[in-house]
Design a binder for this molecule. Structure first.
Ligand code: HEC
Length: 196
């Protein structure tokens, strides 16, 4: 009888341990779910990036940095609104050196950014990935790499960025850290959280 109850207690302990580990982010995605989330994340990041770069290029041609400065802002893009609603997701960009302080990374974002930074610094391609957050939501992260088009606002002040243009940026973003980059470097990442 005594032996039997010890076994029962052991089972209960194991069962409870299993439950706690599930709650603390032990959730696993099936390979099919994983593929679907990755594809959705990539599609959102690619269409947003395409719309953003297109707008930036046209605005730069028409009005230079002064006229284009508002077009590197996701919040100002109606496309982001409709993509968020259609996918029931929160779409944002984050960076280790943010221009807008609101884009500073959270703890999990900083961890993934550091991994992307390591791969890019070694000359490897940083790959999009998923993360299950502590609240069991699924997050998608993908690297944002700088192109020559970006240098006029994120390159070196005085050479890539005209002093007068930087004065305009600094006025809007007094805490700007997002300069001194070269094309091909990691600028930040997409952070897309699916609300499920
Ligand atoms: C005309 C100037 C301009 C150009 C060109 C430009 N950016 Fe930006 N970038 C900005 C401004 C201004 C912000 C801050 C936007 C905000 O308030 O959300 C920003 C913010 C960002 C952010 C969000 C993180 C942060 O620092 O706040 C990323 C990522 C980014 N830019 C990447 C790029 C990439 C990649 C390119 C080239 C395709 C590019 N930018 C070209 C002006 C520019």
């Amino acid at each position: 009888m005594k032996a039997l109850s010890s076994v029962a207690i052991l089972f209960m302990v194991l069962f409870l341990a299993q439950c706690t580990s599930d709650k603390s982010g032990g959730q696993q995605l099936t390979p099919d779910e994983e593929k679907a989330y990755l594809e959705k994340g990539k599609a959102i990041a690619e269409s947003t990036f395409a719309a953003l770069s297109g707008k930036l290029a046209t605005a730069m041609e028409e009005g230079g940095v002064e006229g284009a400065v508002q077009y590197c802002n996701l919040a100002a893009m109606p496309l982001v609104d409709s993509l968020s609603k259609a996918n029931n997701a929160t779409i944002r960009r984050t960076s280790q050196k943010p221009r807008n302080p609101l884009d500073a990374p959270s703890e999990w974002e900083a961890e993934i950014l550091a991994g992307f930074q390591q791969s890019t610094a070694k000359g490897e391609k940083a790959m999009p990935r998923l993360k299950i957050l502590d609240n069991n939501k699924v997050a998608f992260a993908a690297p944002i790499i700088l192109q020559p088009l970006c240098m006029k606002c994120h390159g070196t002040v005085g050479t890539d960025i005209a002093e007068a243009d930087y004065a305009i940026i600094k006025k809007l973003y007094p805490k700007d850290e997002a300069v001194g980059y070269k094309p091909g470097e990691l600028r930040g990442m997409w952070s897309i959280v699916f609300e499920q």
